[in-house]
Design a protein around this ligand. Structure first.
Ligand code: AMP
Ligand code: MG
Length: 485
């Protein structure tokens, strides 16, 4: 038994955006992976979660009395085109939990069956993609990047029909909330200003309470979301994360990374890196992510216009002014992060500032032109800061070009140990993720657990994990990822 209490604050505050629904019955639920530490922070007993009753909770087939699972409505721009009614087609919000730190967290299921928002979809998910979300989101959390968390993956015992027949699974995930830019677009498109206001008040109370103190709380909300997203996208860029489907329904109000579908980490540095099979034009390429975030925030501002001011022109001016801050905030967060990656955190006067600016401007071209593995480079550079320059130099073809950069950088006295605390050794490398998921699909979870162990301690180099620090082998080829899997 559990004393779990699930609140239904979202459903109570915003009934127009919540459809009461139940998870489809899982014929033969089997727990594949459980995040015991996360469970503990939620006040959930991991031993109980492993029992048949616990597993039934994790697939939504047994919910505590008083809980109101709902499918959430939202809209969204998908690849630039507006879809007024998306919503949770294969997901459910079971309810909100107060964690041991007193924070309100959504307990949410993905792959829990067809809902009224499913359109042509089957409402289901396969084991591989749910394990994939689990490992990438937990890697992001371990890198210190705001993200939804993964609590468990349970195989349902139901078959899922994709290109082949696959085993079905449900991912139980935890988030500060599942409010999206698309949630506001849905409320705005409904034309119901009271709904939009309630949604904004709900978001302010839940995520950005300081906005309530602002002269214009709704402008305060916009500015707070913009600031959180500027920081988030900078963090993605600093680790080489490509989200892959930055539609406005996949951008949170909390500033957490959400909806791990076609995402992947870049190996060789190239701003044009795209993994998603449907992203033909590279809209969501690595190097486009800051610009796309700004575009999405403009759509968020549009949705908020009716709340910003009674006069539309005035509201537009306010939104445009606020939006103008995104580039500056993003650049500031990115530059600060890059300084840390280069071991140059302490700003040391104007000359230092100029020297660092020059190094930062030249680095992207050096990395791209020499086909450098992005993650390995910064660890190798940490060794160079401690005097061993060969691992970094060995990566470059244009040695003269790199040496010139290296000497100027070393003259600034970079701190190699500080670099190793921010530059990961282990990321969920695409070839290792694929290898782990292939084994898992065949019933062997050991490679998955091994990789999970590596990427959840990303900064500490450990014996036995040498393979996990290596770039993809030459014959791995071009990596492709998929949506809605
Ligand atoms: P996303 O992949 O997160 O961008 O999802 C976009 C929309 O498609 C959301 O409304 C999802 O709920 C919906 N969706 C994705 N896959 C499925 C599926 N297999 N069945 C039903 N709805 C789905
Ligand atoms: Mg989504």
């Amino acid at each position: 038994m559990t004393n779990l209490v699930l609140d239904d604050r979202f459903a109570r505050d915003l009934p127009e955006m919540a459809v009461r629904w139940r998870a489809e019955e899982a014929p033969d639920p089997r727990l594949l992976v459980l995040n015991e530490r996360l469970a503990a922070t939620l006040g959930l007993d991991p031993d109980w979660l492993r029992t048949p009753d616990g597993v039934r909770l994790l697939v939504g087939n047994s919910v505590p009395g008083g809980a109101t699972p709902v499918a959430q409505a939202y809209a969204g721009h998908q690849f630039g085109g507006f879809a007024p009614r998306l919503g949770d087609g294969r997901a459910l919000l079971l309810g909100e939990i107060t964690d041991t730190d007193g924070r309100v967290r959504d307990l949410h299921l993905k792959g829990s069956g067809h809902t009224p928002f499913a359109r042509a979809g089957d409402g289901l998910a396969a084991v591989g993609p749910m394990l994939r979300e689990y490992i990438v989101s937990e890697a992001m959390a371990a890198l210190g990047i705001p993200t939804t968390r993964s609590l468990a993956v349970v195989a349902t015992g139901r078959q899922v029909y994709r290109e082949t027949v696959l085993d079905g699974a449900v991912l139980a995930r935890v988030a500060s909330s599942h409010l999206r830019v698309g949630s506001f677009q849905y409320a705005a498109a409904s034309g119901d200003r009271d709904l939009l206001r309630r949604l904004a008040d709900h978001a302010i109370a839940r995520h950005h309470p300081q906005a309530a103190e602002a002269q214009n709380p709704y402008l305060g909300l916009f500015e707070a979301v913009l600031a959180a997203q500027a920081r988030l996208i900078a963090r993605w860029m600093l680790v080489g994360f490509v989200h892959g489907v930055m539609n406005t329904d996949n951008m949170t109000i909390s500033g957490e990374t959400i909806d791990y579908g076609p995402c992947a980490f870049m190996d060789v540095y190239d701003p044009e890196t795209v993994f998603s099979s449907i992203d033909m034009w590279g809209r969501y390429a690595y190097g486009n992510q800051p610009a796309v975030a700004a575009w999405n925030l403009a759509r968020f501002a549009e949705a908020l216009l009716p709340l910003l001011a009674d006069d539309l022109d005035q509201a537009v001016t306010m939104a445009e002014t606020a939006l103008g801050a995104f580039g500056r905030q993003y650049e500031a967060a990115f530059t600060e992060g890059m300084r840390a990656k280069l071991g140059l955190s302490r700003a040391d006067g104007e000359a230092d500032e100029r020297a660092v600016t020059g190094l930062l401007e030249e680095l992207p071209n050096l990395l791209r032109d020499n086909h450098i593995d992005y993650t390995s480079f910064f660890r190798a550079l940490g060794r160079a800061a401690r005097g061993d320059t060969e691992p970094a130099r060995g990566l470059f073809v244009d040695l003269a070009g790199f040496d010139a950069w290296l000497n100027r950088w070393r003259a600034l006295n970079p701190d190699g140990d500080a670099m190793d605390r921010v530059n990961p050794v282990y990321i969920p490398r695409n070839h290792l993720v694929e290898e782990a998921l292939t084994a898992a699909a065949a019933g062997d979870l050991a490679p998955f657990e091994n990789l999970l162990d590596a990427v959840t301690g990303p900064f500490d180099e450990r014996p036995g994990l040498e393979r996990h620090a290596q770039p993809a082998p030459e014959d791995f080829g071009r990596y492709r990822t998929f949506c809605g899997t």
